[in-house]
Design a protein around this ligand. Structure first.
Ligand SMILES: Cc1cc2nc3c(=O)[nH]c(=O)nc-3n(C[C@H](O)[C@H](O)[C@H](O)COP(=O)(O)OP(=O)(O)OC[C@H]3O[C@@H](n4cnc5c(N)ncnc54)[C@H](O)[C@@H]3O)c2cc1C
Length: 366
């Protein structure tokens, strides 16, 4: 037996080469599956858009038919949508507005001025388009057993996870005593207006109250007194809240004041308030990226903001520590979690740059 044959037949080499061949075949299979039919995929969740519905002047619902990799959702959960824009991949979280049992999935997206993904979805996605999705996630879900009395407080596009809950309750004919207080800029900005009206007509246990603004700015004004008059037993109701940060802050304050904070369940689409820039404690901190070998001086802000300011294009989804899209490895250095204040100096740990600030020189596995 000559040397070359001995190398080829060595058992470890044989296994390695068979694994490599399999990987290559898997990759080729994925490529050809995607070419033949974009929603066919090995393990990846993809969904074909079957309808696009204009809900209000700046909100559209995308009705999706997911492939078999989709494992379903609980009412109130979100999915992470992945899109490719000009060759770069972006991920954003969107609450699922449809009921869990529905054959089709719906996400309802408000187009933000200057918003990259919401603008792209509104401008480019048509029936027939295919989107990448992540499995449903989130703990903004109805408790089991179902409480006797529920209150939903929403503002603007914050109605989406709540709509899924209402549709779920309606499908199960379990709407014993539910009040929805929805805030919108004007009547024409009320998302799902007709469906809510129709649902309230069908279910005597559902009361829909609308708080409208002047149409000029922000969703309808939240009014503590008005709400307490309309829903006098609000402190006794298991409450689900989703809306813009200003509305959520007011509701949280009121619920704390009436001693019902433990009954309040919240879902945020954006960080609570524009955080004051978190200074790197005036330290002369350097961030090093191990893959590219780049280093830059860190100033204020989270590591995600610093990476972006330094011209990097890190992936991110929610920017508030929920979806873990931005997660990366910290090889060395100390970081502070801005949500908990915990400082960690462990080497080789996963961190979420969107909620981490450097507390020493750090090296990231990017
Ligand atoms: C759990 C969860 C569920 C969600 N569900 C929904 C939902 O059901 N429906 C929905 O509509 N949204 C939902 N969101 C919000 C959604 O994920 C996106 O954040 C939203 O669509 C904006 O993304 P974008 O890419 O369009 O905006 P981005 O490009 O990320 O920009 C966000 C905002 O920042 C501003 N901005 C961007 N770049 C700059 C800059 N350089 N300088 C100054 N300002 C800038 C934009 O004008 C925009 O207003 C959810 C978020 C979470 C976390």
């Amino acid at each position: 037996m000559n040397g070359a044959a001995a190398i080829v037949h060595h058992p470890v080499r044989r296994i390695a080469s068979s694994l490599a061949r399999r990987l290559l075949l898997d990759r080729q299979a994925r490529f050809w599956l995607r070419e033949l039919e974009p929603t066919w995929s090995i393990g990846e969740i993809r969904a074909r858009v079957v309808a696009v519905i204009a809900e209000t002047p700046d909100v559209k619902t995308f009705v999706l038919r997911p492939n078999r990799a989709w494992r379903g959702h609980l009412a109130g959960q979100y999915t992470t949508v992945e899109v490719e824009i000009d060759g770069a991949r972006f991920r954003r979280c969107y609450s699922i507005a449809s009921a869990p049992g529905d054959a089709l999935l719906a996400i309802t997206v408000k187009q933000l001025p200057g918003g990259r993904v919401s603008g792209w979805l509104h401008g480019h996605v048509r029936p027939g388009s295919v989107l990448g999705l992540a499995a449903a996630a989130g703990d903004f879900v109805l408790p089991r057993p179902m409480p006797a009395k529920l209150l939903m407080v929403s503002g603007g596009s914050g109605i989406t996870p709540i709509m899924s809950m209402l549709r779920d309750l309606a499908a199960q004919r379990a709407v014993p005593d539910v009040v929805l207080v929805h805030h919108a800029r004007s009547a024409e900005d009320v998302i799902f207006s007709a469906q809510l009206h129709e649902m309230a007509g069908r279910h005597r246990g559902l009361r829909v109250l609308r708080c409208l603004g002047d149409g000029a700015s922000g969703p309808g004004r939240f009014d503590e007194e008005r709400l307490s008059t309309l829903v006098p037993d609000l402190a006794e109701r298991e409450t689900f809240l989703c809306g813009p940060p200003s509305l959520m802050k007011r509701v949280e304050r009121l619920w704390a004041y009436v001693g019902a904070g433990h009954r309040l369940h919240s879902e945020r689409f954006a960080p609570p308030v524009a955080r004051a820039p978190v200074a790197s404690r005036e330290l002369a901190v350097t961030v090093t990226l191990s893959r590219s070998g780049r280093s830059f001086a860190a100033s204020s802000g989270t590591l995600l903001e610093q990476l972006e300011r330094a011209g990097e294009r890190p992936s991110f989804g929610c920017r508030m520590g929920l979806c873990r899209t931005c997660r990366c490895r910290k090889l060395t250095g100390s970081v502070e979690n801005v949500l908990t204040g915990a400082v960690s100096s462990e080497p080789d740990e996963d961190i979420q740059p969107c909620i981490s600030v450097a507390r020493s020189d750090v090296e990231l596995g990017l």
